[in-house]
Design a protein around this ligand. Structure first.
Ligand SMILES: Cc1ncc(COP(=O)(O)O)c(C=O)c1O
Length: 368
């Protein structure tokens, strides 16, 4: 299988660890191992004594038990743990798809959500989020994208990079559509539990039935990307077993220290999510002000969830703008071209504590 360069990762590789302000990160503010261990009495001691042998391939039973509580209807045996969400995407595609299958993918999107399928030899139709509709997906469009060979629909809600969240009515209808048409629904929910209003939170797709697979990770809402722990939740036994068996060819099992820390983090995930939501909400007030003051330069649909937005640069070319900004001001924004967006958008990350200082630096650049 041939995979092209992952544009977003290649862009980050150039700047992530040598730029002062990352103003486009998708993950929320992280913390030290010591800070996480301090969440529970005795955790530091238990961590020091944790065994460093191979771990159970499906994920440790106690971690899977903890993850299963995120969803209202799952059991530990419905959870399969991976080295981050990206491994989970890769192995889902490898297990579920074959050459000449057709899939429909929420667009713009995180690149691997379509690229792995293309690498397998599948046809991919983008299901486009429309900016003029607040980045909404239109279910009528989905119906028109269907082909006899359609095997799966891939959505990402809350959405990277727009922060769009579907209504419950539409999500119910999407699940019904997938079930009626015998399609798999791959629901990338890595930004779930970061909705600005809890009432907007969608049920996880896995709760709708065996057609669905929900993707989760410690990286985004909970701010623990360095753990590299992600998971799939599904009640589809056949698919679960295929993915579990393919994992023998990638990571075999997960890192023992990471599983320990992820289990601890998941026991306290509401605390972690609330801490990061506070950061996001504060940062949103700052950026709302900025975009009001610079309304002739940027347009902006305020996200409903997640740690990102996708504003549009109204004058000039966004790639040149981002390039000049990072070189002259040390502030990294992500041009929409890494998402194959041709409409001059850029990704803005909302989940970091130094956001106010980064925006100040950006504004200094703009005022020149
Ligand atoms: C929508 C989406 N899915 C999956 C991933 C992969 O997550 P991880 O880096 O934790 O594997 C990302 C990371 O940016 C993402 O934004």
């Amino acid at each position: 299988m041939k995979l092209p360069p992952f544009k977003l990762e290649r862009y980050f590789a150039r700047y992530e660890f040598n730029t002062e302000f990352l103003l486009c990160s998708s993950d929320c503010e992280s913390m030290s191992i010591a800070d996480l261990l301090a969440f529970e009495d005795g955790a530091a001691e238990r961590f020091h004594n944790h065994w460093l042998g191979y771990t159970e391939s499906l994920g440790s039973p106690t971690l899977r038990k903890e993850i299963a509580t995120i969803y209202s209807t799952t059991k530990p045996e419905d959870i399969l743990v991976f080295a981050g969400a990206n491994e989970a995407i890769y192995l889902f595609m490898m297990a579920a798809l074959k050459e000449n299958d057709h899939i429909i993918v929420h667009a713009p999107h995180y690149q691997s959500l379509s690229e792995v399928a293309k690498g397998i030899g599948c046809m991919v139709s983008p299901w486009r989020a429309r900016e003029e509709n607040g980045w909404a997906l239109d279910l009528d469009e989905l119906r028109h994208l269907m082909r006899p060979s359609t095997k799966a629909i891939v959505v990402n809600l809350p959405h990277n990079p727009t922060g769009y969240l579907m209504s419950l009515v539409d999500f119910d209808a999407l699940n019904t559509f997938a079930q009626e048409n015998n399609l798999l629904l791959f629901s990338d929910e890595v930004y779930r539990e970061s909705e600005y209003a809890v009432a907007d939170r969608l049920p996880a797709a896995v709760n709708y039935g065996t057609h669905a697979v929900s993707l989760g990770v410690t990286s985004k809402t909970y701010g623990l990307a360095g753990l590299r722990i992600g998971w799939l939740a599904t009640k589809n036994r056949d698919l679960y077993n295929k993915m579990a068996s393919l994992k023998d060819y990638t990571t075999i099992c997960n890192s023992a220290p990471s599983e320990f820390l992820a289990e601890l983090a998941m026991r306290h995930r509401t605390r972690l999510a609330n801490r990061n939501l506070e950061i996001i909400k504060h940062n949103l007030t700052i950026v709302d002000d900025l975009f009001t003051r610079y309304s002739s330069l940027f347009s902006w649909h305020r996200p409903k969830a997640g740690s990102m937005g996708f504003p549009k640069l109204l004058r000039g070319d966004v790639e040149t703008f981002c390039d000049d900004l990072v070189k002259k001001a040390g502030v990294l924004l992500l041009p929409g071209s890494v998402y194959d967006d041709a409409h001059n958008h850029f990704r803005l990350g909302l989940g970091r504590k130094n956001f106010p200082q980064a925006v100040e630096r950006l504004e200094g650049y703009l005022s020149k």
